[in-house]
Design a binder for this molecule. Sequence first.
Ligand code: HPA
Length: 270
Amino acid sequence: MEQAIAAIRARTAISPRVAVVLGSGLGGFAEQLRERVEIPYEQIPGWPPSTAVGHAGRLVLGNLDGAATAVLAGRAHLYEGYTPEQVVFGVRVVARLGVRRIVLTNAAGGINPDYARGALVLISDHINLQGSNPLAGPNDDRLGPRFPDMSEAYPERLRDIAREAARGIGLALAEGVYAAMLGPSYETPAEIRALRVLGADLVGMSTVPEAIAANHMGLEVLAISCVTNMAAGILKQKIDHEEVLETGRMVRATLVELLRRTVPRLAAEA
Ligand code: HPA
């Protein structure tokens, strides 16, 4: 961790207040930053290289309308075989660099039948079904408490800020509960029916470890899912990773615009 911070500090003096993690096929936002410094993950000691298709793998630091911002373009997933600790490494590093609020984006399957492919949905809460937790093991008391509260893991205030930013571009943002699965296989229709009964509106394979680690360190989290496909069995069609990436490409410009308007507002109070 100390080596990672030293490697980043050697490249830039920027102290980001807000960070954005970009999910599958949702890249593009990093180009919005001015005076930006791009550091490939492999040049940061301890940072897990991302292997998933559609993930670029670099930390970008720069300025967005006056807001010092960090963008994590590409993330590590549990399904790639990384440990939970590796999955949250980047979040911990940017928190140590000064980040107080973090935006986690992801591609997700839509369980709630009110959603349509391509919708952007604010995550109001989560259900962790990944079978692991990045805080398991000895607690590092310098990062946060042994038993962190998760009763407001995705503060309503941040969702209000995002909705307000979205209104400016005529975009209505629904909200929902995100169920995190290990993956990498997509769910069966029976699993999706079960998740629906449990109260999930969205399903995906990321975000929750990062949200837990961020809450542990006292960061405020805003999470945005892109409904890249309807979840298994909701429609009479198979789920194809190409469809997921294709929807990501379709929605990318809207997401970039939403982030461009939301991040400076988050930074203003952070
Ligand atoms: N299930 C799990 N993860 C996903 C999905 C899905 O249907 N779509 C995109 N990520």
